[in-house]
Design a protein. Structure first.
Length: 122
């Protein structure tokens, strides 16, 4: 069982991922904004951080930069949760901040669950 931080300003998006994570036996942690996410990540050291790129208080790209710059969160596994899958900017973020996966939004629950299991495998 692993702690997983879901960062998304849309409550329904967080609810979907939290439900899937609970179903898989993990503990979802939720943040509606980037600053809150940073504080939770630093305190809880989650096994995976799922980041929406469009956040109200802190752009997702800036959150990724801050997570990688902080020794407490630098080695965290990170996945993007976005509707933009093949954008050059997303590819650049994946390379620059060692993002392990892109979870499609909206996405099929079974496919997302499979991807989450792969990301959280030991």
């Amino acid at each position: 069982m692993a702690d997983v931080l879901i960062v998304d300003d849309d409550e329904n998006n967080r609810l979907l991922l939290a439900t899937l994570l609970r179903h898989a036996g993990h503990v979802p942690l939720e943040a509606a904004g980037g600053q809150e996410a940073l504080e939770i990540a630093q305190e809880k050291n989650p096994a995976l951080i799922i980041v929406d790129l469009s956040l109200p208080d802190l752009p997702g790209a800036q959150l990724l930069r801050l997570l990688r710059a902080d020794a407490r969160t630098a080695s965290a596994r990170i996945a993007l949760y976005t509707a933009t899958r093949s954008d050059a900017a997303v590819d650049e973020l994946r390379d620059l901040y060692r993002v392990e996966a892109v979870i499609p939004k909206p996405g099929d629950a079974q496919q997302i669950l499979l991807l989450l299991k792969q990301l959280l495998a030991p």
